[in-house]
Design a protein around this ligand. Structure first.
Ligand code: ZN
Length: 208
């Protein structure tokens, strides 16, 4: 593991060469403007893709960038981001060729993760007609990547946390993007939600 510490020494030196106060400043506080909900995949490093420095991006990553509405890890991150850090933009970023999404289209068991990926099987079932109308399996699976992002954007919008912000007129926009591993480029799925009126009425929960 020595090389990781050597890398760290070099990274610290490079940061300090550019800005001698860099660590003193970042240690003082964090003022990120964005929350990133992404996949754990090592090829999708959140900060690097969008060119942001430490302190600029609040990050939550899990297998296949899910935001299940009962997951306390996801909910705690979102609450801290919105209520404490006053983050104005939440980005759900999936990626094409996501192993988690692919596994959710296959029949063999992998282990505990299958229960986590069950969420994606539900999305497949809800969109079966569209998906099975795509004959090319790779294209079908990449469409499921997009549908998964769209679904997680909705899950975030259905939380009491996002809605609490909208009801008290705190600015908050939830975005859905997909990253392409083979080009490094981001695609905006243009599904952003910025107010309670854009949420299906059955999911609206007004604070008392
Ligand atoms: Zn992935």
């Amino acid at each position: 593991m020595k090389h990781l510490f050597q890398n760290n020494e070099q990274w610290v030196a490079a940061k300090l060469a550019k800005d001698p106060d860099f660590f003193a400043k970042t240690a003082r506080d964090q003022l990120p403007q964005y929350l990133w909900v992404g996949c754990s995949d090592s090829r999708v490093p959140a900060n690097e893709i969008v060119g942001l420095e430490p302190g600029e991006l609040f990050v939550h990553r899990n297998v296949a960038n899910l935001f299940p509405h009962t997951d306390f890890n996801c909910l705690s991150v979102l609450e801290f981001a919105v209520d404490i850090l006053k983050i104005e933009h939440v980005i759900v970023c999936g990626h094409y060729d996501c192993g988690g999404v692919k596994a959710a289209m296959e029949e063999h068991q992998l282990g505990l993760v299958d229960n986590w990926l069950r969420n994606i099987r539900d999305i497949y079932a809800m969109n079966r007609e569209e998906l099975e109308g795509i004959a090319n399996l790779k294209k079908r699976y990449n469409r499921l990547v997009e549908l998964n992002v769209l679904h997680q954007v909705k899950n975030i919008c259905h939380t009491t946390i996002a809605q609490g912000a909208w009801y008290r007129k705190q600015p908050l926009t939830v975005h859905g993007w997909v990253y392409a591993l083979d080009t490094g480029k981001l695609k905006d799925l243009k599904c952003k939600v910025s107010c309670i009126e854009e949420v299906d009425s059955i999911y609206r929960i007004q604070p008392s």
